[in-house]
Design a protein around this ligand. Structure first.
Ligand SMILES: [Fe+2]
Length: 130
């Protein structure tokens, strides 16, 4: 039986354009919101066309010692050039990037998942220190 976890693909983001890249945009400090930015195509651009694009990114945080992760963000990227004139005709394209701001008083792991409409699900993670 195929399991959902078997569909999650991972690789080095510097050589695989689908992998979500996680960057700390603002450090996590006591009582303040830290920020992480997750994007697809940082090193190698992913196509962004009506036929082939990144549809969404989800971001989670799992504090060290916690059993489950918490979702801290999600973004859909719905514009990929389509219009009444046909595919790739509007000139409007959303870029697959999301910045999540959240507080934590624990170190932990940021986990990101992205979805390409042709090449499926991709994951990455980054340990952050509080
Ligand atoms: Fe793709």
């Amino acid at each position: 039986m195929k399991e959902f976890k078997d569909l999650l693909q991972s690789a080095d983001w510097k050589s695989e354009k689908h992998v979500p890249v996680i960057d700390v945009a603002a450090p996590f400090k006591e009582g303040e919101f830290g920020k992480v930015t997750v994007s697809v195509g940082k090193e190698i651009a992913h196509p962004n066309t009506t036929a082939h694009h990144i549809a969404w990114i989800e971001v989670y945080f799992q504090a060290d010692g916690d059993k489950f992760p918490y979702q801290v963000g999600r973004a859909d990227f719905p514009a990929h050039g389509a219009s009444t004139d046909g595919p790739d005709s509007s000139g409007i394209y959303t870029h697959p990037e999301i910045t999540c701001a959240f507080k934590t008083d624990k170190s932990g792991t940021v986990l990101a998942k992205s979805y390409c409409n042709i090449h499926g699900l991709w994951v990455n993670s980054l340990q952050i220190k509080f």
